[in-house]
Design a protein around this ligand. Structure first.
Ligand SMILES: C[S@@+](CC[C@H](N)C(=O)[O-])C[C@H]1O[C@@H](n2cnc3c(N)ncnc32)[C@H](O)[C@@H]1O
Length: 312
């Protein structure tokens, strides 16, 4: 395929980003052969439960089989990592990111989050790392954060990564204040420069978004729903996901090019295999390519993340 097919029109916002990066953030600036500004993130710039960082490499590799000029729709966008990866891979593609959790709002207050972390580093400067934060320091930390709420939205999910036990998240002050704090404060600032550059952000139920594009040609759906039997308490939709809802998502796969993510904990794949073995219902994964990644939560708990993809 010729490089010219990928060439993107340089807009004034791109030029601004170019100078900003070249001068202020040179470590994030690289020039590609397509003359676009390339800021590649291998993981979400802010903590996000269920982000597909372990699949980025495999996803990029698999994308090579899909068109550079397609419309890619990240139905369950989460942190936007898949949408970001597509845009980096195919700058000429239309990429739609369904930001159902309003992750963009967390990105928008990143500077403020960095200010809070700076003050936490100062407050905890002489406190041992990873240790439980005892009184009166705990109250000082909490009061400071409470105070910050008056001026800005506080990103409790990101702060959880710095103060709560590993893997624990709170989404608001009330829940946050109930938790035990540990000195796990991140030592460097967060940075999301250019993360969503060129990506179209929408926010709606995935069914609406799917309905709007399902009859278009040259569309690839990315479907990474909340996993069955997995903690999704930081998502916008905790009580929504029942078995029927997981089965509904499979409608997206029918007759479309897709990437579908699940884990061996969900048993959806087994269910589809079983249904097609006892009935004439087609298994949506029958001709798909399967890629798995083993994940360990701790020494005992291990599970397998799964990515299926199929080009129609
Ligand atoms: C497993 S996460 C996606 C992670 C994402 N691929 C990433 O790499 O960050 C599933 C996402 O689906 C969102 N979600 C839940 N119900 C939804 C709905 N009805 N429509 C669209 N998104 C929904 C959740 O809030 C969560 O952000």
């Amino acid at each position: 395929m010729k490089a010219s097919r990928h060439r993107r029109t340089i807009k004034s916002s791109d030029l601004l980003a170019f100078f900003y990066l070249k001068v202020w953030r040179p470590q994030k600036y690289t020039k590609t052969k397509y003359k676009i500004i390339n800021m590649e993130y291998k993981q979400s710039p802010l903590p996000f439960q269920g982000q597909k960082r372990r699949f980025v490499k495999h996803f990029k590799q698999a994308l090579k089989e899909y068109p550079a000029d397609a419309t890619y729709i990240d139905l369950f966008g989460g942190s936007g990592l898949l949408a970001h990866t597509v845009k980096q891979t195919y700058p000429g593609a239309q990429v739609i990111y369904n930001d159902y959790d309003n992750f963009s709002a967390r990105l928008a207050v990143i500077e403020h989050t960095n200010t809070i972390l700076k003050e936490l580093r100062r407050l905890l400067a002489n406190y041992p790392r990873s240790k439980r934060i005892a009184e009166p320091l705990r109250s000082n930390v909490l009061n400071y954060i409470r105070q910050q709420e008056k001026a800005h939205t506080v990103d409790y999910i990101t702060l959880s990564g710095s103060l709560l036990f590993s893997g624990k998240y709170a989404t608001n002050y009330k829940a946050f204040a109930k938790e035990t704090f540990y000195n796990r404060v991140r030592k460097t600032d967060y940075d999301a420069t250019g993360y969503l550059l060129g990506v179209e952000v929408v926010r709606q139920d995935y069914k609406q978004l799917f309905a709007a594009y399902k009859d278009n040609t040259n569309v690839v759906f990315l479907a990474d729903p909340p996993y069955l039997s997995t903690d999704s308490s930081t998502y916008n939709s905790n009580d929504y996901w029942k078995l029927r809802d997981y089965l509904d998502v499979l409608q997206v796969l029918k007759d479309h090019s897709y990437f579908y993510f699940t884990s061996n904990k969900s048993q959806i794949i087994e269910l589809c295999e079983w249904i097609s073995s006892v009935s004439t219902t087609a298994n949506p994964f029958e001709f798909a390519t399967c890629i798995t990644v083993s994940t360990s939560v701790n020494h005992q708990a291990k599970y397998t993340d799964i990515m299926y993809h199929l080009k129609k």
